[in-house]
Structures are given as C-alpha cells and as structure tokens.
Design a protein around this ligand. Sequence first.
Ligand code: FE
Length: 167
Amino acid sequence: MKTLLLYCLVLFIINIDSQLYAQKNESENQGKINTDKMEKTKEEWKKILSPMQYFVTRENGTESPYTGKFDNFFEKGTYICACCGQELFESSTKFNSGCGWPAFFDIRSSKNVVSKKDVTHGMVRIEVRCSKCDAHLGHVFEDGPKPTGLRYCINSAALEFIPFKKD
Ligand code: FE
C-alpha cells in the first residue's frame, strides 16, 4: 500500500513539473514572437527617461516652442525614438517651419509612425506616435512643403539623433 501511495505521489509531482515547464515555454515563446512592441510600466519609463521626455512621450505633453534641442538643428542623420530607438525621421525631410518645433515633411516608414485622431484641447488634430513603444511624438498638419504637403510637428524631447557616418 505504501509503495502504491509513493508511486502516485511521484506521478503527481512529475505531472505538475511538466505543466510548469509547458507554461514557462509558452510565455518565453510569446516574448520572442512579440518583438515589434516595447511595453514598460510607468515606473520603468520614468527610470530611463528625463522628466521632459516622460512628460512628452508618455503623458502626451508638448514642450514649449523654441526650447527643444532639435528645433534649430540641421545636421545630417537619422532621428530615432527617445524611448525605444526606432528610426522615425531622416534629416533630408527636415525643414525650418518657424513654428518652434522640429518639422519634417515625411516619415522614415509608415510602419514606424502611426497616426491617430486627437480631439483634446478643443481642437481636432492628427497625433503621431511611435509604432513600437506608443510614444507620443507630436502632430501632423496639411500645411507642409512639397512633395507631401505635410508638416510633422514633433517634440525634440521625443527624439534622439544619430549622425550619418562621415567618410
Ligand atoms: Fe518608440
């Protein structure tokens, strides 16, 4: 009788162990499949972002005009998301709009920047966000230069800059 009980107990433990293993594998696989998104808690974002970066990107804030580091900045390179590093804009599409924020007439890729209707502050605007980490970047308006006629009005705090390598 004792042997039978012991046998049942061993089977029971093996069963639980294999279930836990299966669950662990499943969660690891989900992590691998979902490589296009970056999700963090508010606390995690606060640890890696400056207060202004956090205010703009995670709380849909807007920096004061003419204060951002890329407003009057025209070096050649790529602008990436300050939160997740995804490529967002190229310097070749940046222009001086005079509005007080960095302005671009196009985005790096439609996969990287997503548009969303924004009805806050008594206005109807099109907001733009990073597709990977959902950072608020700024807004897009239809008063830009050719060839697109668009003006992506972006907060400097949402961007970092990677200069092109000089040969
Ligand atoms: Fe991002």
